[in-house]
Design a protein around this ligand. Structure first.
Ligand code: ADP
Ligand code: MG
Length: 252
């Protein structure tokens, strides 16, 4: 296994508050890695700095051997690091199929002139995107909604649509910010099953989440932040019994 994402000594302060105080960790290609920690421990700041939505003060982020530190978010996305957001961003008036077709065009080299002239390049790109979209929809269990307006889906299903959209351009890793926050408990399992299926198909995920059961079921490796520092790292089983983690979470 090799690291697809390497974060080294990441630091970020807000007006004197050390939100990140030298955090280092790696995500292995093909893994599901969890990033957990109490409120205010720096999780959101970490993924914002990694994905270019915040400027870090210092530290390095390397994606598949390429230094992406400090690049703007759209260039980081193009380099292969996509993220989903706590608030769902999809086209609710469009079908699942059209949502994914739009997502495919995002980084597509075909231009409007290709589209206008229906060039070979354009038609090939559309065909490839359709194959990818059908695979993803199958894996997330939403095949029966292919032609349906996504607005009618449950909140959890909409989150899966946003995830499939993020996966359309074949990213090297997807960073998920609290994928089951606000999702009906009966639907959480659906997201867990979908993520596990996508991971078996080769996708790599870094997941920020509060739901410990969800993280435990899915993650090969868990990184625990506390007060802007990495407190512990290991398998979910190792984390559960780590006295430092128990103290940070439960004050034991
Ligand atoms: P988490 O996502 O783990 O709850 P955050 O990364 O949101 O943690 O926050 C880490 C620390 O940085 C907290 O002390 C928080 O109050 C502070 N912080 C986060 N964002 C800002 C901001 N935009 N301005 C000032 N302080 C912030
Ligand atoms: Mg947060």
């Amino acid at each position: 296994m090799s690291a697809i994402l390497q974060v080294t000594e990441l630091r970020k302060s807000y007006a004197g508050v050390h939100a990140l105080d030298g955090v280092s960790f790696a995500v292995e290609a093909g893994s599901v890695t969890g990033l957990i920690g109490p409120n205010g421990s720096g999780k959101s700041t970490a993924i914002d700095c990694i994905s270019g939505f915040q400027k870090r003060d210092s530290g390095e982020v390397v994606l598949a051997g390429n230094d992406i530190t400090g690049l703007p978010a759209h260039q980081i996305a193009r380099a292969g690091l996509m993220r989903t957001f706590q608030t769902v961003r999809i086209y609710e008036r469009l079908s699942l199929r059209d949502n994914l077709a739009i997502a495919a065009q995002q980084f597509d080299p075909a231009t409007w002139i290709d589209e206008f002239l229906r060039t070979r390049r354009y038609r090939q790109a559309v065909d490839k995107a359709e194959v990818r979209a059908r695979e993803l929809v199958e894996l997330i269990g939403l095949k029966r909604y292919w032609e349906i307006e996504t607005g009618i889906l449950s909140y959890g299903q909409k989150k899966l649509v946003a995830l499939a959209a993020a996966l359309m351009p074949h990213p090297k890793i997807v960073v998920l910010d609290e994928p089951v926050a606000g999702v009906n408990p009966t639907r959480i399992r659906e997201i867990e099953v979908a993520l596990a299926a996508l991971n078996r198909a080769g996708e790599t995920f870094l997941i920020v989440e509060h739901n410990v059961e969800f993280i435990t079921n899915l993650c090969h490796r868990v990184i625990v932040l506390d007060q802007g520092k990495k407190l512990a790292e290991g398998t979910a089983a190792e984390i559960h019994t780590d006295p430092r983690v128990l103290e940070a979470y439960l004050g034991m």
